[in-house]
Design a binder for this molecule. Structure first.
Ligand SMILES: Nc1nc2c(ncn2[C@@H]2O[C@H](COP(=O)(O)OP(=O)(O)OP(=O)(O)O)[C@@H](O)[C@H]2O)c(=O)[nH]1
Ligand SMILES: [Mg+2]
Length: 243
């Protein structure tokens, strides 16, 4: 399998420090626009641009995370009703004419009330996507730290392992950390770092906007690897941003 694609340099000015990087990453996220929706992998357009997929159990906050990162309330369809996202939804990033990455919002898994046939169908769609999508650069796995990794999260991680070994990037986002106090959040972060050694882990809250800059910057850096490293200062300690 070929290495994940690199983003073309969209020409962002990247010669400044931390504040400028934060602005670049946040401005880049804000350019997100809906591209298309598809019920299965075969209906997705074949794209060269690096793609970042948001996955995780139903209702964990994937669509909200995309909306928060892109600073757009209704880009991805978030809802209290689990199973709201029922297709693979793609969004472009980058200015018109210089798109340089794709965000993919995937349907969640594991919701008990979904009929078994639908459950299996979605697990198959997701497995197909994660194993076969050629332009997949990174996977953002959202996990609710109150529940930790579920059995299906573990299965997904196992499925991803061969691709991670070939260069696929993995970020575990511990979401809804507004529900935890600072000590609980910091403990959840340490545990997850041990459980997914080698992957990145960040704390996040859509309601409190925790971790938005950290996640945006990491995704920007991953999709713009050719930008000199002195322009990309170390990310802040995620645990500092816990509420
Ligand atoms: N407190 C809190 N609630 C959140 C957060 N993120 C999402 N939610 C809530 O969680 C529910 C589910 O959010 P979604 O973003 O639709 O979740 P999803 O993972 O996309 O769900 P599916 O599409 O069904 O897989 C909604 O009621 C959100 O308002 C968060 O950071 N904190
Ligand atoms: Mg959703």
């Amino acid at each position: 399998m070929p290495n994940p694609p690199k983003a073309p340099n969209a020409g962002a000015p990247v010669t400044a420090g931390a504040g400028a990087l934060e602005k670049i990453a946040s401005g880049w996220m804000h350019t997100a626009k809906f591209l298309t929706t598809a019920p299965t992998l075969q209906f997705l357009p074949v794209l060269e641009l690096p793609e970042i997929a948001f996955v995780g159990r139903s209702n964990v906050g994937k669509s909200s995370c995309i909306n928060t990162l892109t600073q757009q309330h209704r880009l991805a369809f978030a809802s209290k009703t689990p199973g709201r996202t029922q297709a693979i939804n793609l969004f472009t990033l980058g200015k018109q004419g210089v798109h340089d990455a794709i965000l993919a919002d995937l349907p969640g898994y594991g919701y008990a009330k979904v009929p078994l046939a639908d459950k299996h169908r979605w697990q198959k769609v997701m497995a197909n996507y994660l194993v076969s999508r050629k332009n997949l650069l990174a996977v953002v796995l959202l996990v609710d730290p109150r529940h930790g990794l579920t059995e299906l999260d573990d299965l997904l991680l196992q499925m991803l392992l061969p691709r991670v070994e070939e260069g696929l990037k993995l970020l575990v986002v511990l979401t809804k950390v507004d529900k935890l106090n600072r000590t609980e959040a910091s403990k959840a972060l340490s545990i997850m770092q041990l459980q997914v050694a080698g992957a990145e882990v960040r704390l996040f809250s859509s309601s409190k906007k925790t971790g938005v800059h950290e996640v945006s910057q990491l995704l920007w850096q991953w999709t713009h690897p050719d930008i000199p490293s002195e322009a990309t200062p170390p990310l802040q300690e995620s645990s500092d941003s816990a509420q």
